[in-house]
Design a protein around this ligand. Sequence first.
Ligand code: SF4
Length: 584
Amino acid sequence: MNHPPQPFSTEQESYLKGFFQGIAQRPVIHALATNTALDDAPPETGAESLYGTPIDELCREERIKLETNGLDVWDQMVKNGDLNQFPKDGDVFRYKFYGMFYVAPAQDSLMLRCRIPGGQLFNHQLRGLADIAEKHGNGFLDITTRANFQIREIAPASAIPTLTQLTDIGLTSKGSGADNVRNVTASPTAGFDVQEILDVMPFAREMHHRILNNRDLYGLPRKFNIAYDGGGQISACADTNDIGFYAVRVGEGHSVDPGVYFRVQLCGITGHRQFAKDCGILIRPEQHADLACAMLRTFLQHGNRTNRNRARLKYLIDDWGVERFLEETEHHLDFSLMRFPQANCEARGATLQQGHLGIHAQKHPDYSYVGVRVPVGRLSHEQLRTIANLSQHYARGEIRLTVWQNFLIPHVHKSQIAELKLALSNAGFAFEANPFAAGLVACTGNTGCKYAAANTKSHAVKLADELAKRVQLDHAINIHLTGCTHSCAQHYIGDIGMIATPCTLDGESVEGYSIAFGGGVEERQGIAIEMFKSIPFQHIPDLLEACLTTFLDHREAGETFNAFIRRHSHEALNQLFLPHASTS
Ligand code: SF4
């Protein structure tokens, strides 16, 4: 979740003015900000600057970080907990360094965001998370679009017990908020995918630990996303990340030894309508963490620290160009980057849209994985314990969360499949792909996020249920609902993407959405185009039913909704679909 900058109060301004007057006397500002060794320090540009930005030009969050590093807020959290009081002023931001978000006014409580590299969890961790949600939260856990868990409605007194209990089960939440690298994602079928060319889970885990154990990397100009794609059948949407590592195979006859390498894509930020693009280099897999840290430190030193809206990697590379960014990155490396044409790498195998739901073969012929649907990612603590028990009883006690807000149970022996299917059904879980529900993604919405203009999760479930009853489709459609322009649910990459907007109906203010068609990732990569503005939610099931029926009436044989949208001009789509807006 991104939070827009908040202005200082007069009192805060006065305090900070005095603070910065004092601090300006000190010789080395960057060391205070990051607590890094001086050997790691940026070129000194004067005591009044931080990484070259004059102190008095820093944005609010940078000043808060400079005053006290968020990693040093623990003792204050203990004190606040003793008094059962929420963080104040800059500590609201600092709590996020520990993955604790004070989410008022949507809820007067804290929210925990974990870190789960590659979305990989084991049954004892599932039980531990269920215990935390039951004891300290509201009893529910939400799977996020970074294959992660969030737990809500945590009281200030429970912040420290929650964090220590999380550590007890081998998990952490450090750096899951504020200006850090967020949960590292990976192909959810890594290690057992029948098509993958590299098991990327160990790489995601290695990166996770590099981030956790380098204090300077907690002080980036803004959040940062990294993902690993092993070339398998299930997408990790790595092309929506700031850095996407893609495993590729290079054959005989080129300037490098044949084998498996990583290509590197940069600057995916779909909320700003941009996918990551290949930056022209090829690295050996074991070089990935050094390269990622070098890129992070280049961003750390040169990213924008005055304007939060431009403090993402995209804007640094927009200003510099990719080649200068790579040259600056090489200053942090003890190896040179190899420029190598993408055309000399073998093409990636195709991904299966929503292919993770249901029963699927693994590399080993005796084992399968089962993809289970979780409507808009919400699980109760009782459901999580059931999943822990089933995964332990019928498989190896492991699950994988997906960026599609669902989960997989891997390593189910063929002799156990029928029993597991029955047990899942008896426990109320669906695992068959439903054209509308399987690819349903929703952000938190206004029941838990102050920025949301609509109840996205509830609307998503209602909409998918209605469409499943009314429209017979022979292929899956991803529907993404997001509550504000931060686009946590990445509405621009949905086949149908919806963003909440203010609406009126019969003179009354109601919740509604603007609607876009035709987004996708990987080989279906594309930004959805807006078709309808500000439609009250209660009209949307009728409107989408009419649009999908029109599509079915006009499509070519076997054509998907996405392909249909891409085949037509915007003008032609307007002629086909806009009349439905007035009749819905
Ligand atoms: Fe993210 Fe949704 Fe909140 Fe906006 S409303 S910040 S998209 S969770």
